[in-house]
Ligand binder design. Structure first.
Ligand code: BTN
Length: 330
């Protein structure tokens, strides 16, 4: 562990209380100057660390700054040792994770950022990823699955996310088929799964599952084109202590638990429970958002492959896949 990470851990263990430079130097087996350098680096990353004369350094309790060591330790404690990379700003965490795929072999990796300058959405759209109000992260994984099975990872991810956000916030989370988490009838998150397949056997070489969450409303509100649908987890703008680290680690822990049982699809039970289109009439649209057949269908349920089981107006029933269609509520 780097000196900076060790210092951060000590400060976090003593949050709100002072810990002396001498003690930290002794525990890290480095000089006082080394401690000071690490403190400066942490402050530059955004940590509010106060130097209290004759007492040492205090990490302010209200800090909500991304912490690589907090997330990595939390995952390790839950039994998942994956590499964790935290950045203030990237173009897209999915792109960064893909860049690592050639370097890390079969190791799984988590890339987290506080801000994306070129966040990617589904169907070639962009994903609005402002600084300070959201959290963006991608998991680089190496499952032994064929491409058509890799889509299950999105379903798994949205279930893990909905569960974790409900656990942390106490707000009821719902899932809009196929992979959006909704709170208070607004989309607060999106997931983009990408990957590469081997030409030899059609198996996935790697998969990147990227999740973006609007924790707070951005200053000035959401851009006009997404305003009608986009929402945030919290309605106020009160900074919550350690929220980003908790959100990321709680989601990834749940994700990894389900991932161990990928073949059994144990997540489907909770997915179905939260999927709010079941029992509703919806308009089906083609993937490129063209209206299909000009009809509304009744959603009867969801099968284990996450196909939408619908009844058409003429009484016909069919199973629709998310690759072909999306649904509109009214
Ligand atoms: C969508 O709703 O269209 C999917 C949005 C996915 C956004 C996340 S943010 C983290 C990761 N990096 C990206 O560039 N996109 C995904």
């Amino acid at each position: 562990m780097l000196i900076k990470e060790q210092i951060l851990l000590m400060l976090e263990e003593n949050k709100g209380e002072a810990i002396s430079g001498e003690e930290m130097a002794e525990r890290c087996k480095c000089t006082r100057a080394g401690v000071w350098k690490a403190i400066k680096a942490l402050q530059n990353e955004g940590y509010e660390i106060e130097a209290v004369s004759n007492k040492g350094y205090t990490l302010k309790t209200s800090a909500d700054v991304l912490s690589q060591s907090f997330i990595a330790n939390r995952l390790k404690d839950a039994g998942f040792s994956l590499g964790v990379v935290c950045e203030q700003e990237v173009d897209s965490t999915n792109e960064v994770a893909k860049g690592f795929s050639a370097k890390v072999g079969k190791e799984n990796l988590l890339v987290v950022a506080a801000h994306q300058t070129a966040g990617k959405g589904r169907k070639g759209r962009s994903f609005y990823s402002p600084d300070n109000t959201g959290i963006y992260f991608s998991l680089l994984l190496h499952p032994e699955v064929r491409a058509e099975e890799a889509v299950n990872l999105t379903t798994l991810a949205v279930t893990a996310e909905a569960e974790a956000l409900e656990y942390i916030t106490g707000y009821e989370t719902k899932i809009k088929w196929v992979n959006d988490v909704w709170i208070r009838e607004k989309k607060i998150s999106g997931i983009l799964t990408e990957g590469a397949t081997s030409f030899e056997d059609g198996m996935m070489e790697y998969v990147v599952v990227g999740i973006g969450i609007n924790l707070y409303e951005p200053e000035g509100g959401f851009p006009t084109d997404i305003k009608h649908i986009a929402g945030a987890v919290y309605e106020d703008n009160i900074s919550r202590e350690n929220l980003r680290n908790l959100v990321v680690s709680e989601i990834v822990i749940r994700f990894m638990q389900y991932y161990k049982e990928l073949q059994q699809k144990t997540y489907m039970k909770d997915y179905e429970k939260r999927c709010f289109v079941i029992g509703k009439e919806v308009t089906i649209m083609s993937s490129d958002h063209e209206k299909l057949e000009d009809e509304r269908v009744l959603v009867l349920g969801i099968d284990n492959d996450c196909h939408l089981h619908v009844r058409h107006k003429d009484g016909r029933e069919s199973f629709l896949s998310s690759g072909e269609i999306s649904v509109k509520l009214d």
